[in-house]
Design a protein around this ligand. Structure first.
Ligand code: GTP
Ligand code: MG
Length: 415
């Protein structure tokens, strides 16, 4: 006799979209299918409808909704996944009409993140995003059944219960925000320390599944999980790396981007995203073998701009160039590099580009050193490259190239 049912069977899903012409509906659905796979669902069908905009009440028009209900019924569908963000009303009405669990794109993405989160911070961030998303959607019905007539175990919370639930969630949100603020403080300290030690950070960002973690591993043997799945990486990883020119940098691998990223997600992950965004150089990686790589690069660029990195050098990195079907001619952006994180092809050129994009470590300056500061003059002569020196009335006039650190130390003498 089996007492415990092993619930490993994938949930059967049907994907639903309204094609308003605002974006490429079919490629967005392809992506949603991949997301659904990643979340462990089996996609059994698609239902789309061309409309100017989704129906306010139930997302789809009534005819299509009926078809969807029939499809769900005859195929024993467990979940309907909608390729947009649903309003609470739309979600409720649709669920009622099709008598099946309905979730939207945001819920799906947040669900994947919840399964991926490993670090304490990652878990807190995901929970925060989920709670913020669900708060306005709490409406007094606990489960789908509670909406479909009563019975034992099908009643949702009453209004009083609902209010206390909401209060509870608000309190939890506040706690999560406090905890995250603490962690952010610690992160800022670490960043300040790196800045003091003059370790420059280089961030690897880009669309999900572009090969960021693979690149990180190739460069640093970091052993980061790289998978042919969306959002394999959630927690940022950083590793030291020595560039061919001898400079030490800190490389950060981050969570991937996706188009129409949930707003609550961006909010919750702000501090990790900002850390990547505050890097000295950003590698914007894309999968050049993906027919939509241009759009992917654009999604990332837009997000980076929102995070405030207009002035940071961003190097477009076309990855997976080892794959057949990658057309080099299509990739001709100035300053871009072509690589294969898998085979190592092009990596050296990429690192050279990073070196060039990093702020200089040496600079040429003129200094006037009072004759009383003989020791300073000696240090500068020893560690810098002196182009000329002249004994003036007020002191020694040096034209010197030196490390920025050394120059900082004697900033007072710069003229
Ligand atoms: N052929 C080929 N495959 C690659 C290359 N780089 C990465 N891949 C594959 O692409 C898939 C995704 O790689 P990841 O490194 O996990 O991608 P990611 O950008 O870190 O993805 P997320 O963390 O999910 O955002 C894996 O199956 C890799 O083996 C490459 O240069 N060539
Ligand atoms: Mg990754």
């Amino acid at each position: 006799m089996e007492f415990y049912e092993n619930k490993q069977e994938p949930e059967k899903a049907v994907l639903v979209a309204v094609d308003t012409g605002e974006y490429d509906c079919s490629s967005s659905l392809d992506e949603l299918e991949e997301l659904a796979h990643t979340a462990g669902a089996e996609v059994c069908g698609f239902v789309t409808q061309k409309r100017d905009k989704p129906d306010n009440a139930a997302f789809l028009g009534s005819g299509r909704l009926e078809e969807l209900a029939e499809f769900c019924e005859s195929n024993e569908i467990d979940v309907v996944i909608v390729d947009s963000e649903l309003s609470p009303v739309q979600q409720r009405n649709m669920e009622k009409a099709v008598d099946t669990k309905v979730i939207d794109r945001t819920t799906l993405i947040l669900d994947i993140f919840a399964a991926r989160a490993v670090s304490n911070e990652g878990k807190l961030q995901v929970e925060l995003a989920q709670l913020k998303y669900s708060l306005p959607r709490l409406t007094g019905q606990g489960t789908k059944l509670s909406r479909l007539g009563g019975g034992i175990g099908t009643r949702g919370p009453g209004e009083t219960k609902l209010e206390s639930d909401k209060r509870h969630i608000r309190r939890r949100i506040k706690n999560l925000e406090d905890e995250l603020a603490q962690l952010e403080k610690r992160r800022n300290l670490a960043r300040a320390r790196r800045e003091k030690d003059r370790v420059e950070t280089v961030a690897i960002v880009g669309y999900t599944n572009a090969g960021k973690s693979t690149l990180m591993n190739t460069l640093t043997q970091a052993g980061v999980l790289a998978q042919d799945k969306l959002f394999a990486t959630l927690d940022p990883t950083s590793r030291a790396l020595t560039l061919p020119d001898g400079r030490r940098i800190m490389l950060i691998d981050t969570v991937g981007f996706i188009r129409r990223l949930p707003h609550d997600f961006v909010e919750a992950f702000k501090s990790t995203l900002e850390e990547a965004a505050s890097a000295k150089v950003i590698l914007n990686v894309c999968d050049a073998s993906d027919p939509e790589f241009k759009e992917h690069l654009e999604v990332s660029s837009k997000l980076l701009a929102e995070l405030g990195c207009e002035n940071t050098p961003i190097i477009p990195v076309y990855n997976k160039c080892d794959k057949p079907g990658v057309i080099p001619d299509e990739i001709s952006e100035p300053g871009a590099v072509r690589i294969s994180a898998l085979t190592g092809e092009g990596i050296e050129e990429m690192l050279d580009a990073v070196s060039k994009a990093l702020p200089p470590t040496r600079a040429r300056v003129k200094m006037l050193i009072p004759y009383s500061q003989g020791a300073a003059a000696a240090v500068l002569r020893k560690d810098g490259t002196v182009h000329s020196e002249e004994y003036s009335e007020n002191g020694l006039l040096l034209d010197i190239t030196a490390g920025v650190e050394l120059i900082d130390r004697y900033m007072d003498f710069c003229v």
